[in-house]
Design a protein around this ligand. Structure first.
Ligand SMILES: CC(C)(COP(=O)(O)OP(=O)(O)OC[C@H]1O[C@@H](n2cnc3c(N)ncnc32)[C@H](O)[C@@H]1OP(=O)(O)O)[C@@H](O)C(=O)NCCC(=O)NCCS
Length: 158
C-alpha cells in the first residue's frame, strides 16, 4: 500500500456522484427497482467515497436504517451522491443521498438518504487511523457534530 499523509482533507475531495440507468435486470416482482439494488449502490458509493478520503481499503461496519418512501421506476436514472460527514480514529461516516431522474422529462425525486460507517484497514487487516476531515466552514463543523452524535448513539446501541 502506498504511504499517505494524515493531513486533514476536505470532504469535497472525495465526494462522488454515481449514475446508473435502471433496467429490467434491476426489477423486483412488482416491476419497480429492487430495494437490494438501491442498497448495493448506496454501499458501493459510500465505500468508494471512504477509500478516496483515506486512500486505504475500507469495510462497512454499520448501515443506519433506510426508509423507501417511493418506488424507483425502470428507465429512470438512479443518482447516488456520497460525501464524508464525520471521521473518528479509524471510522468514517459517509452521508448518501439518492435521487431518481426521468431522463426524458428531467423530473428528479429524492428517494432515500442514508448514513453508512466504514473502517479504514491497515496492511494487517486491522483498523488503522483514517485521514482527518478538514472542517473549514460552519456548515462542515455542524455536519461533523451531527455525525459525532450519530456515532455515539451507534456505539451506545452496539
Ligand atoms: C471492521 C473490523 C475490522 C473492525 O474490527 P473491530 O475489532 O471491531 O475494531 P474496533 O472495535 O477497534 O472498531 C473499529 C472502529 O469501528 C467503530 N465501530 C465499531 N462498531 C461500530 C458500530 N456498530 N457502528 C459504528 N462504528 C462502529 C469503532 O468505534 C472504531 O472506530 P474508531 O477507530 O473511529 O474509534 C471488523 O469488525 C470486521 O472485519 N468487520 C466485518 C466488515 C465486513 O465484512 N463488512 C462487510 C463487507 S465490506
Amino acid at each position: 500500500m502506498p504511504e499517505r499523509s494524515l493531513e486533514a482533507k476536505a470532504a469535497a475531495e472525495s465526494r462522488l456522484v454515481l449514475h446508473q440507468l435502471m433496467l429490467p435486470e434491476h426489477a423486483n416482482a412488482h416491476g419497480n427497482v429492487h430495494g437490494g439494488v438501491i442498497l448495493r449502490m448506496v454501499d458501493e458509493a459510500g465505500a468508494i467515497c471512504a477509500m478516496r478520503h483515506t486512500r486505504r481499503p475500507c469495510v462497512t461496519i454499520a448501515v443506519d436504517s433506510m426508509t423507501f418512501r417511493q418506488p424507483v421506476h425502470l428507465g429512470e436514472l438512479l443518482i447516488c451522491t456520497a460525501q464524508v460527514s464525520w471521521v473518528g480514529r479509524s471510522s468514517i461516516e459517509v452521508s448518501i443521498d439518492l435521487h431518481s431522474e426521468n431522463p426524458i422529462t428531467g423530473a428528479i425525486s429524492h428517494t432515500n438518504s442514508a448514513y453508512v460507517v466504514y473502517v479504514a484497514l491497515g496492511k494487517d487487516g486491522r483498523p488503522e487511523a483514517a485521514t482527518p476531515l478538514l472542517l473549514a466552514t460552519d456548515e462542515d463543523r455542524a455536519r461533523f457534530a451531527a455525525g459525532a452524535e450519530r456515532q455515539a448513539r451507534r456505539i451506545a446501541q452496539r
